[in-house]
Design a protein around this ligand. Structure first.
Ligand code: LMR
Length: 332
């Protein structure tokens, strides 16, 4: 018996000396609401790969896509409580946290293209917004792109008058609510995981989202028209529980920061193509008609939605809005 104990002690001593220990890996639970085959889903998988490889297994990233662990309305609290460590919510979902400034990204037509967007997300304005998360027990690590939104319904929607009376599902952003009201429709805040069924049962009539989300949620099965409005942007802030992040060994944190930087490049490189491909994929199903707006129809949409900027000045903050205008050159 004594010999056996001595042997165990000797072996574990040798292993410890060799740097091999029975240490458990640090687990990062990363929850999100979209399908795996989307810009965010793919980026999450890429981050997992880089993080695990570069930390040589000291970090394990567990992914929970498709609202499989937490859905909208639950996940923010989950990251604050430490039930998950990492999320990448849409920028339209930070209002309920008390950070209404993030709704600046929801303002209609505020970005013409990804280049203009990146001036904000990769510049001082974007960094300043992420810093505001600290006070909520959250660290903002990066912005990941998705894309420009399209509108869908079961009737052809080309000009503002077509939206009158439609019940439109939106994310939890007051700016988005005002946008739908400006078009004469009725906004309905709803978790992403519930959209398909709500459309199927007629609880709502239409939606807005980038094409990649539309296609991967199979909304073509329940929506007859998809209008390429490009009326606003949807993207993400990658966030972590602050206590968890600050408590990581410094070398691990640095490695993860590097993995996040490279993942962000990956995410932003694939986003546009993923969305362009999704439009074609929807077209190919033959179930949903793609409506390309004429310049006049686009101008009418822009004109109708313009009021949302002014109306949300006090909510979003004049300073934040002006700072974004300055980067993008947008004039309301
Ligand atoms: C939505 O709720 O429509 C989106 O925020 C989903 C997502 O994460 O892209």
């Amino acid at each position: 018996m004594k010999f056996r104990i001595a042997l165990v002690l000797a072996v574990s001593g040798l292993l410890a000396a060799a740097g091999v220990s029975a240490q458990q890996p640090i687990v990062i639970k990363f929850s999100h609401v979209v399908a795996v085959d989307t810009p965010k889903g793919k980026a999450a998988e890429y981050f997992k790969k880089l993080a695990e490889e570069r930390t040589k297994g000291r970090v394990k990233v567990e992914l929970f896509p498709n609202s499989s662990l937490f859905k909208d309305g639950e996940e923010m609290e989950a990251v604050q409580l430490g039930s998950v460590q990492m999320l990448a919510p849409s920028l339209a979902k930070f209002g309920p946290l008390g950070l209404r400034e993030f709704e600046v990204f929801d303002l209609p037509y505020i970005f013409d293209d990804y280049n203009q967007l990146h001036k904000v997300t990769q510049g001082p304005v974007g960094a300043g917004l992420l810093k505001k998360l600290d006070s909520k027990g959250i660290v903002g690590l990066a912005y990941w792109d998705n894309g420009f939104k399209v509108m869908s319904a079961n009737k052809a929607i080309r000009v503002p008058a077509d939206y009158k009376g439609l019940k439109m599902r939106i994310q939890s952003s007051k700016v988005l609510g005002d946008e739908m009201k400006a078009l004469g429709s009725i906004p309905q805040v709803m978790a992403f995981s519930e959209v398909y069924q709500a459309l199927q049962t007629g609880v709502v009539d239409g939606t807005e989202n980038p094409p990649s989300n539309f296609y991967t949620q199979k909304l073509q099965e329940v929506q007859k028209y998809l209008a390429l409005t490009d009326h606003g942007y949807l993207g993400y802030a990658v966030i972590v529980n602050k206590k968890f992040w600050d408590g990581l060994p410094a070398d691990i944190r640095t490695t993860l920061e590097g993995a996040m930087k490279d993942t962000t490049k990956f995410a932003n490189d694939i986003a546009k193509k993923e969305n362009d491909d999704a439009i074609e994929a929807v077209r190919k199903t033959g179930k949903t008609e793609i409506l390309t707006l004429t310049p006049e129809q686009k101008a009418a949409m822009k004109k109708a939605l313009n009021v949302v900027h002014k109306d949300n000045e006090s909510r979003v903050g004049k300073e934040t809005i002006q700072a974004v205008y300055k980067e993008t050159g947008f004039t309301p």
